[in-house]
Unconditional design. Structure first.
Length: 244
């Protein structure tokens, strides 16, 4: 019997206790021990289930081993740990079937080596995509309600130095293009302060402000307090203050 590849996945934004990679791999190891199946690899992806194989190193490794004939099964705890796209799930299952590699989904008691398991896989994949679409629809409706109430529904505002805003106003009045402003501000010490990168824990060095951030900060500074609306017709007309 060829060994199994144990595949766990957690989203970058969610790692609850019942979905932690350690718990997933622990349950998969116990299953393989009960079945007498040897284990060759156990890896974890930290990515959204909507990501393709190229964006998920553990899944890419598992598929490369399957194509070489080095493994006999890929084991996951739940179907959404393998993916949340119906098309990707079906393509993955079909490729594994052609390669003679079993797909085992522990909590759904699913094994694509059987006809009933293949049918159940397609049904569960459709349900997983339907659930994702419901979440997306609810999220869009919540964002629309928040925007109607005047709430900020984007990334947190970057705190550009007030002195930099004044410098931007003088540069724009002088006709300096937006793409040149970050370098000018950086030369005078107005930079984006270095923050800790969550994924690696390293401290990022100071760097020039992105043009989009400077534009947003400059626009907010010029708006009256409490104005969450769109630009007026006068603001949207071409001119020295609005040119690219």
């Amino acid at each position: 019997m060829k060994p199994a590849f144990l595949l766990a996945r957690v989203s970058t934004w969610k790692a609850s206790q019942d979905q932690s990679p350690d718990r997933q791999l622990e349950n998969l190891r116990a299953y393989c021990e009960r079945q007498g199946r040897p284990i060759a690899w156990a890896e974890t992806d930290r990515a959204s289930g909507m990501k393709s194989e190229d964006a998920r190193p553990a899944l890419a490794h598992a598929m490369s081993l399957a194509r070489r004939g080095d493994i006999g099964a890929i084991c996951v705890t739940r179907l959404d740990r393998l993916g949340r796209s119906l098309r990707n799930l079906i393509d993955t299952a079909d490729e594994l079937r052609r390669l003679g590699v079993d797909l085992v989904v522990l909590e759904q008691n699913l094994d694509t080596a059987t006809p009933s398991g293949k049918f159940m896989f397609q049904m569960l994949a459709a349900c997983a995509e339907f659930q994702r679409d419901l979440y997306a629809e609810a999220s869009a409706q919540g964002k629309a309600r928040a925007l109607a109430a005047g709430k900020h529904c984007a990334r947190p505002h970057e705190n550009v130095q007030p002195e930099a805003i004044g410098k931007i106003a003088r540069l724009r009045t002088s006709g300096v293009r937006w793409k040149l402003i970050p370098a000018i501000l950086a030369a005078e010490g107005f930079k984006q302060w270095g923050r800790v990168i969550k994924s690696t824990g390293r401290q990022r060095s100071d760097r020039p402000w992105p043009v989009s951030t400077l534009k947003a900060a400059y626009t907010r500074d010029r708006k009256p307090p409490g104005d969450f609306g769109h630009a007026t017709s006068a603001e949207s007309k071409p001119g020295p203050e609005n040119e690219p």
